[in-house]
Structures are given as C-alpha cells and as structure tokens.
Design a protein around this ligand. Sequence first.
Ligand code: ADP
Ligand code: MG
Length: 759
Amino acid sequence: MFKNKGVLLLKITKKKIYPPPKKYNFVKKNKMATKRLEAYQDVLHREPKHIDFHGKLSDLFGKNVFHSEQMREYLPSETYKQMMACITNGNRLERKIADQVASAMKDWAISKGVTHYTHWFQPLTGATAEKHDAFLKPLSPGKAIERFDGDMLVQQEPDASSFPNGGIRNTFEARGYTAWDPSSPAFVIGKTLCIPTIFISYTGESLDYKMPLLKALQAVDESAVAVCQYFDKNVTKVIATLGWEQEYFLIDSALFNARPDLMLTGRALFGHAPAKGQQLEDHYFGSIPDRVTAFMREFETEALLLGIPVTTRHNEVAPNQFECAPIFEECNLANDHNLLLMDIMEKIARKHNFRVLLHEKPFAGVNGSGKHNNWSLSTNTGVNLLAPGKNPKSNLQFLTFFVNTIAAIHDNADLLRACIASAGNDHRLGANEAPPAIISAFIGTQLSRILDDLEMNIKAGKMTPNDKTELKLNIGKIPQIMLDNTDRNRTSPFAFTGNKFEFRAVGSSANCGSAMIVLNTIMAKQLKEFKKSVDKRISNGEGKDEAILKELQRIIKDSKKIRFEGNGYGEEWVKEANKRGLSNLKDTPRALQVWHDKKVEKLFTEMNVLSPRELEARREIEFENYVLKIQIESRLMGDITQNYFTPAAIEYQNKLIQNVQGLIQLFGDKNGKAAARAQIEIIERISLHLNKMRTAAEKMLDQRKAANKLEHAEEKSIAYCDNVKAYFDEIRYHADKLELLVEDELWPLPKFRELLFTR
Ligand code: ADP
Ligand code: MG
C-alpha cells in the first residue's frame, strides 16, 4: 500500500505493485491553496467604489484644519496677533494665550461634531502615534461639560513607555511628554481633533523626529539669514521647503491577506518573477485603472480637507506602482503632511479592498519605491535661494547657496547615507534601478561648466576691476530656467533640478524628518562656516563680492569629488567612486556606524539639534530597529518554507510518484520508467530544491540563535546582516524554483503575476 512518506519516497522498486492513484481532490487537500484561488476569484469580481463628490476641489481645501484664517475668526484680535508671533518667530507661548487658543479650537472642533482630542506625534518607530481623550469633564453625577484648556492643548503625558527610547527613559521614570507644535496647525479626522506635537522624555530629550527637525530648521534659518544679509538686508527669515513625492504599490486586500509575508513585513519574501514584469514599461504614465482612480480620488479628497495640497498622481514604472506628490510646503508642515497622507492612504485603501505597500522593495525584480525629497531654501522676501536670478547680483546669491549645498553634501556624505539607512532601503539602494548607496551630487552640464570656470578663472591676489567685470558677466549668463538641462539624470541620489535639490535616496516608508534633520543641519553648519571665512576675508581688506567669489572658488575645489554627472547605476561608477575616495556603505549596520563619529557629535551639538545623549539613543534605536526587521523576516522565512512550501512540494511530489508508480504498473518497470521520464525528473528536482531550501533555513536558524545571544544592538545588527540575512537569497532561490515546479493549483501563496497584474 502506498503511504505518504514525503520526499523520501523517491526510490521506485519494481517488486511492489501499487494501486492506481485515487481521484485527486485538491480542495480538500490543500486549504491554503484554496485560499489563494478564492482570493484571486474575489479580485476578479471587484467593482470600483466611486465616492459621491460634486463641486470644486478648492472648496474642500483645508476645511478640516484649524489654520490661521480659522484662528482669526475664533480668537480676539490681540490674541490672534500674539499667536501668529509665536508661530512665525517662535515666541514663547503664554498660558493665557494657550487657554484662549484651546477654547477657540474646542469651539471650532465641536462645530464639526468632534468629541475627542489627541496629541499626534512621531515616535522613532517610523509611524505616527496618538492617544485619544474626550473633551468631557464630569462635574457631578449626571452632569458634565466639554472641557479643553491650555494645559491640555500644550502638554499631555501619554502612557508611552513602550515607544523606543534608546535607554533615555529609565523604567522607573517611563514617562514621555508630548508638547504642542504651534507651527503645524491642528486638524480634524473623523470625530477627533489632532494636535501635532513633539515627543520628549521626562528629562527633556527628544524621542521623536519633530523636535530635532524644528531645531535644524531654526539653525538653517539663522545661518541662511546671516548669509543673505550680504545680498539683501530685508531678509529676516529663511525657511526650508520640502516637496516630497511618495511612491507606493497597491495590492488587492484578498491577495494581501493570503500572503503572510506581505502582512507581516510589507514585502514579498518569496516569489518568482512573472513572465511579464516591467520590461514593456507599459504601466508608466498609462491610464490609471478605474478601481485605483476611485481610491485615489477618495484619499486625495481626504488629503485636501486636511490642507495637504496633493496635485499630481500617476502610474510608476513597475506594475501596480503609483506616485502621489503635493505642491511643496514649509519643511515641518510638509513632513507632517506626508505622515498624515501615508496614514490616510492606508485607511482609505481598505475601504476600496486595496492594501498600500509603502515598503522600499516589496517585489524583487521590479522597481522599488522611494520618496524623493525636493528641497530648497526660501526667504521672507519671496526668493527661492536655489533658483538662478535675473542679474549678476541675484546669481551670486544663487551660486553662494548652490555651492554651499554641494560643499555640505561633500563634507557629510556618510551622514546623508546614514540618515536614509533602513533594512527596507538596503534592498533598493545600489540595486539597478535606484540611486546607488554612494552619495554624489548631479548638477547638469551648464552649472558644471560655470563652477569649472569659477574655479579656473579667479586669480590669486587682489582682483582687478576688469577681472571683476568679467566674472560678473559670466555669472550674469546663468539662465533662469535650467529644468531641461538638469532634470535628466535619474540615477543620481542627490540631483539639482533647476531650482531645488532632489534627494532621491530616501526610502518610501521613511519619515522624511530623518533626512531633513541632517540636510538642514549640515547646511546650517556649512553656511555658518562660509560666513565666518568671508567675514575674515573682508576684515583683511577684500571687497565683499571678491571675498565671496574667492571663498566659493575654494569650496568648489574642495568639494569637487562629490560631483558626478555620469550613470550612477553603472559598475564603472563604483570603481571611479572608490578611486575618488567616496564611501560605498552597502548596508544599514555599516551606514549607521557614522553616528559614532566625533565629528557628527560635534556638528549636532554645535548646531543645537541633538545632544550627545540624544544621538546615542537614536543610534541604539536604529540598530535595534534593523535587528527587529531582519529577525521578523527571518522567522517568517522559516515559517513559510516549513508550513507552506514544504507541504505543497511534498504533495505534488506524491502526486507524481503515484503517477510514476501507475505507469510502471501499467507498462512494467523498464517501459514504465521510460514513460515517466519527465515526472521522475521533476520528482528529483523537487527533492533537490526542497532539501537545499530546508538546509539553508536550518543554518539560518542556527545563526539567528547565535545572533540573539549577543548583547549589544550594534553587534547584533552586524550579525543579523552578515550571518542571518546572508541566507535569505539562497532560501528564496530554492523556494522560487519550487514555485515553478509545483503544480499551480497546489501553490499556496498568490504569485507575483496575480499580485501585480490583477486589480
Ligand atoms: P519629478 O521628479 O517626478 O520629475 P518634479 O521635478 O516636477 O517631478 O518635482 C516636483 C516636486 O518638486 C514637487 O513635489 C514640487 O512640489 C517640488 N518642488 C518644486 N519646487 C520646490 C521648492 N522650491 N522646494 C521644494 N520642493 C519643490
Ligand atoms: Mg522626482
């Protein structure tokens, strides 16, 4: 009698006579596979869910935000003025004002049917967090009023002891506080008033992205205003602007639910590339499918109500990949809006039976997702400091900020690499369709020529009037519109695109705050140093323009090696970058090492953005986050290979064995085996891949056990990267081979072709 003994039943002897195979009942035998097929059926019958909305988008804009117009309406005019001063100049907020604003906010919110409020904050887990409280204050049994005062607005103590804090908060003092950030307006979602806040420890250290970001923005404001004074005395405030572009994948929720890897890690840990991938590029800028349009329309409507100026939507290169981009805003607000939008997208997607994948690389073999951070600096006089101007004077100002940005990138390339490092982004950086892990800056041929000219033509010693005129003429020639010239190189991690820099290496799931803290801090430091050097030259008798030009010349020279105009995806660049002495930090644990650097500590302390203690805490958290991510992926790989793939492979193999045995029974040993040649070959190949997959998974488990014994997060992260993750590709290779071998109906997980091409 034939017994199901799995893979070991390979030897077929001629003596035994087996009964013919029973009628195969797939539905009963393989429940997981049934789930996959049912999910697929579900998807085929989906209809778009259009929302009813008629009217103008402009009528929606900011309706659910307590912005300055609302404040003007709800506050006494004196209070309103004082509040505005707090917002624009960062003045201290008096208790009396806070009470009045809270009361106004409450009235406005109640008029919208709001019952609860929450302090909305950005812990270092990467997501946003909230704790809801009711406006209700009981007065006596059966009697209560709606209460919300200044204290409740300004500060809250969430029970937040389980947010990562890198050891800053001792367990006996596990309190963390949230404190209102008045520069980002409160908003209403559903029946809840959300108040953007910073998140700090009992001892005042930051435990989030917002507080250091606000400090970095203040630092760059101060340094940039000081430099602007060379050109225009009216400049009193400089803001950093951020325009992010968010890429994401959309997957039907039924298929998503049938993939434990997508559910738990946000990426497909397994899956053979489909016959059709993105090679036809027919998805890019193709028409957006109806179901997707309905989803986009709803989340965009929701975003507009919250004052997020989303305008652009399109398909991306990979199948089922899309992008959403708003108009740029002040950096802190833009970042809040990005986080809010990610949240809204996920919520609305569920209503449309979609799931949003914000992971950097959900599917091997097709493009990953990034979040381009378009960044610039803008003055209270309405000038974009990274846009070339109309005359030599404004162009000298442009060159000053432009060249200083390049210098900041040059001097802090490793730090920029570190601030975008994550387990997810590791799959993307350096792969062949994303910016490389080598940080470089692309500026286009025209500006390269201008910088080269400046470098060559400024002579040592005092400049003659002729020299000056000639330089001014050259600088005057910078065309105002250079978009066509500069926008072409898509392979650069940091590209100048005509009137802003675009930091492309940021991961799609990241909090932009991490990148923006670093970028604005290094810019603040660079401008401060620049001002010091120019002032020194001036005090040594050089004219102002001459001092600026000479200083620019020096930093153009010093930062030259960071400029790269070629193909960032090519192997040659890796070699060339190595020759230039640029780092190529390929994984997160290596990239994070830079946080140990004394130079980094000095930078953040001097710019008053992060204290050494805060830096240390952040570093710990980042190492821990990395370990946790890889640990979950590794566990899941073990689980899926064991509980999903092994049974499916054995089941199909048994089916083949039965067939072989049947043929032998029918035709005799020799002829039967000859007739079953293909089947026998598949049986052997299944055994081969199954055994190899399982062996690698076992070795990975041993490595995981060893890594878990390590005490320090940093050591552990390196062990996870080098020893545990090292097995991922091998396990996957064999699993994906099994996917190709095993009968389609028996394969338990939705395949890439279903995930990527059905909607
Ligand atoms: P893509 O990179 O997809 O070609 P664009 O070059 O048009 O798209 O990028 C436009 C993005 O740049 C938008 O999100 C826009 O808001 C942003 N942007 C434009 N000007 C600025 C600026 N001065 N500061 C920051 N972001 C800006
Ligand atoms: Mg872009």
